[in-house]
Design a protein around this ligand. Structure first.
Ligand code: UT7
Length: 332
């Protein structure tokens, strides 16, 4: 029997309407367009506004669009995985809420928390259910309302993040396309540099934790930067070597969009040109679970069947990884 591969058969993104510019940020804190563009490379980010709106609302829009685009009935979906660090609530899993809002009733659903690598971890997890032959349609959605955990008085964090959702469909094929290989790694020692101090079981929410602003992202930027640059490039280069992919053979690097300088350093280590790199950080910022599917969505019309892609990410945990994908369809 031929080996079953999991292939991406559709991609859809969602961005909330409100656009937060560097100019507006400059009125909220001591920063400037020039600093943010030079040090990070972000001009605008989308922010989800509205009472009672959460991560699942953005994700459900992306999933509904994906169902339509791939001609899939909600009842055909076997599994929905959501990568997020900003769940609607501690429990139940946001994946359950997304499925409900998208009318998906027969699937089982769960969340994966691997911060900015969450989408990669989820794609690999989802692909295993397809490769085993057990399931035919798996949706992986990366979604984060980062604005819900950003301290807009902290200039070292606030400019970086935005809100978004992006979803892909995974289906089986016996052709030589799809999720070909993955290198996923993590190291918990990195947690000291990037985390949310309160709200978990170690330090439940209290008046004190709110007063101390401990429900926001805590980040030691330089330490995260150093790890990100070396780890994301290490696994991407390792993947190229493992599959004999010369720089000129690679159609696209699809990197997590955290900092333009991290993206450039990774591309340089891989020996590829800027034209081979998907970049949309300037418009959306770092949307954590959403960055990679948003890149695929933005560049979908330029992707051709057989294109070799490396998806790479680094994030809180620390977590990081590279996934080798052979793209499965031509622009429609
Ligand atoms: O997705 C994974 C999660 N995160 C990341 O990948 C983030 C990785 N880290 C980074 O991207 C960068 O470290 C940052 C963008 C967070 C910070 O950039 P940096 O070049 O490492 O700046 P820095 O922290 O070394 O700060 C340099 C200076 C400091 O001033 P002094 O002490 O030299 O006077 C900061 O106070 O820049 C100052 N600064 C700012 N100035 C204007 C920090 N943030 C700002 C700001 N505007 N927004």
């Amino acid at each position: 029997m031929n080996k079953i591969n999991a292939v991406i058969t559709g991609v859809q993104g969602y961005l909330p309407d409100y656009i937060l510019t560097n100019e507006e940020l400059s009125t909220m804190m001591d920063t400037s367009d020039e600093w943010i563009m030079t040090r990070i490379g972000i001009k605008t980010r989308h922010i989800l506004k509205g009472e009672g709106k959460g991560t699942s609302d953005m994700a459900a829009e992306a999933v509904k669009g994906l169902l339509e685009k791939t001609n899939t009935k909600p009842e055909e979906v076997d599994l929905l995985i959501c990568a997020t660090v900003t769940p609607d609530m501690q429990f139940p899993a946001t994946a359950n809420i997304i499925a409900d809002k998208a009318g998906i009733r027969n699937a089982f659903n769960f969340d994966i928390n691997a911060a900015c690598s969450g989408f990669l971890y989820s794609v690999v997890t989802g692909s295993k259910y397809i490769e085993s032959g057990q399931y035919k349609k798996v949706i992986v959605v990366g979604a984060d309302k980062m604005s819900s955990i950003v301290d807009y008085t902290d200039r070292s964090v606030a400019p970086i993040f935005g809100d978004s959702a992006g979803a892909i469909m995974l289906e089986p094929t016996t052709e030589d396309y799809g999720i070909m290989d993955a290198i996923l790694q993590s190291d918990g020692v990195g947690r000291v540099h990037l985390h949310q101090k309160a709200g978990g079981s170690v330090k439940p929410a209290s008046h004190e934790t709110v007063d101390a602003r401990e429900h926001f992202i805590y980040q030691e930027g330089q330490a995260v930067f150093k790890w990100a640059v070396s780890k994301m490039a290490d696994v991407s280069v390792e993947m190229m070597k493992k599959h004999d992919i010369a720089p000129s053979d690679l159609a696209w690097l699809v990197p997590h969009q955290a900092n333009m300088r991290i993206i450039e350093a990774t591309a340089k280590r891989m020996g590829i040109e800027k034209e081979q790199v998907m970049i949309n950080i300037e418009r959306y910022g770092n949307t954590t679970g959403g960055t990679l599917p948003l890149c695929l969505w933005d560049y979908e019309s330029q992707l051709k069947k057989g294109d070799k892609l490396i998806l790479a990410a680094f994030g809180g945990g620390f977590t990081w990884g590279a996934v080798y994908v052979k793209w499965g369809y031509n622009p429609k």
